[in-house]
Each structure stands twice: as structure tokens, then as C-alpha cells.
Design a protein around this ligand. Structure first.
Ligand code: DX5
Ligand code: ZN
Length: 217
């Protein structure tokens, strides 16, 4: 199934509750929450208190993207705060296998993210235990960047790799996704679509409806 995961990094935090209600009403299935630690990526964004406080605003899946060094240190905290899916970066985990196992032990869905230049080979042996692979289509750290064109090839390669190994993991794409390029990403094999600026700039409900039309066509 194709799902839209609007990234609240691009939201107006002074009216976040209202904007979450708009996403909900328009039918976006997930809420993408970008957690940045100022070390793995050059910026700092949001953390557990925010997730805890917006948990009561919506029942949608909380898709928590941890751009954090050694995220294994914080998995219990994010689980308690209300995450449904926790995605960690392969580049940020000394023990990726153990980190994935710990997410699963908490009863959550586990995702692994790869920076644009990280080879798919990095995750070959853990593919069977992850629920989602996040292909970063920009270098993580900021919203509003342009999609790196070669990442489309990487999505296609991942789709093939999953097919060959008989794995059913979802393919999520994140960074620089627009209404203009989403068709290309869906064709390449992505089925969970993150969009920040393209959802929150302008009319949120209209933007979500347009994305959902593309995702359902
Ligand atoms: C980038 C974040 C993204 C970001 C996407 O480091 O992981 O989720 O919010 O924003 P847009 O869609 O504006 O590129
Ligand atoms: Zn993200």
C-alpha cells in the first residue's frame, strides 16, 4: 500500500495541533517526525517531549526518523513517547543488528535509513528483519533541499534486491519530494512518501489531497 508521511519539520510549530488535524482530515496515513542530534547531522530539531505532547492529537502512525548517533541509547524513550515506526541510520549504529532487534522487542516497526552515498550492500544481511528501508534522497539535516537524481536508480536497485531475496519491506523516500517528482519515485518502487515543504507550503489539505491522488493512481 502507498502511504503519505508528511514531515512536520516543515510545520508551523505555533499551530502544530491544528496542522496535524488538517493532515488527519485530508487522509495522510503517517506523520513523519525528524529527530536531529546536531552530531550525526548538523542541525537540532525535536525530541521526546514534543512527540509525547502531540500523541494525543492524532491516531496516525508516528514514523520517527532518528538522525542521531547510536540511537540504541534512546529507543525506550521514543517507544514510550508514542513512536509506531522507528527508523535508524545504518551509518549511525555500531551494532545495527542489535539496534533493529531492540526496536522489534519493543513491539514497534523497524526501519533502516541510508544516506544517499551509502551502498545498499550495507543492509543486505539485515533486510529480512526490517519492516522498512528509508532511501534518503537528500543528505539529511535540513528540509527544503533538492532531490539528488541518482537516488532514483538506488530505489530501483533496492526494489530489485528485495524482490530477489523475497523480502517485503516497505521502501520510504525522504528529501526533496514534490508533486512533480513523486510519480518517478513511485515508478522506481517507493511506497512510503515523505514530504515536508511540498505539504506545508501553501494549502495543507489541498497538497495532501494532490499527493494522495498521485499515490492512489
Ligand atoms: C531531512 C529530513 C526530511 C525533511 C524533508 O533531513 O529527514 O524528512 O523534513 O523535507 P523536504 O520534503 O522539505 O525535503
Ligand atoms: Zn526524515
Amino acid at each position: 500500500m502507498n502511504c503519505l508521511s508528511p514531515s512536520i519539520l516543515a510545520a508551523d510549530f505555533s499551530i502544530l495541533g491544528e496542522q496535524l488535524a488538517q493532515l488527519d482530515e485530508a487522509g495522510a496515513q503517517y506523520v513523519h517526525i525528524d529527530v536531529m542530534d546536531g552530531k550525526f547531522v548538523p542541525s537540532i530539531s525535536m525530541g521526546m517531549p514534543l512527540i509525547r505532547s502531540i500523541r494525543s492529537c492524532t491516531d496516525r502512525m508516528f514514523d520517527v526518523h532518528l538522525m542521531v548517533e547510536e540511537p540504541i541509547r534512546f529507543l525506550s524513550d521514543f517507544a514510550e513517547a508514542g513512536a509506531d515506526i522507528i527508523t535508524v541510520h545504518a551509518e549511525a549504529c555500531t551494532h545495527l543488528d542489535r539496534t533493529i532487534d531492540t526496536i522489534k522487542e519493543k513491539g514497534l516497526l523497524a526501519g533502516v535509513a541510508l544516506n544517499p552515498s551509502t551502498p545498499l550492500e550495507t543492509i543486505r544481511y539485515v533486510l529480512s528483519k526490517v519492516d522498512m528501508v528509508l532511501v534518503m534522497t537528500v543528505n539529511p539535516g535540513y528540509g527544503g533541499q533538492l532531490l539528488i537524481p541518482y537516488t532514483v536508480e538506488k530505489i530501483k536497485d533496492l526494489k530489485q534486491m528485495l524482490k530477489k531475496t523475497g523480502n517485503k519491506a516497505d521502501i520510504e523516500v525522504d528529501g526533496g519530494v514534490t508533486l512533480e517528482n513523486v510519480g518517478l519515485l513511485l515508478d522506481a518502487g517507493a511506497n512510503i512518501i515523505v514530504a515536508g515543504s511540498a505539504v506545508f507550503q501553501g494549502e495543507i489539505t489541498e497538497n495532501v489531497s494532490r499527493f494522495l491522488q498521485m499515490l492512489n493512481s
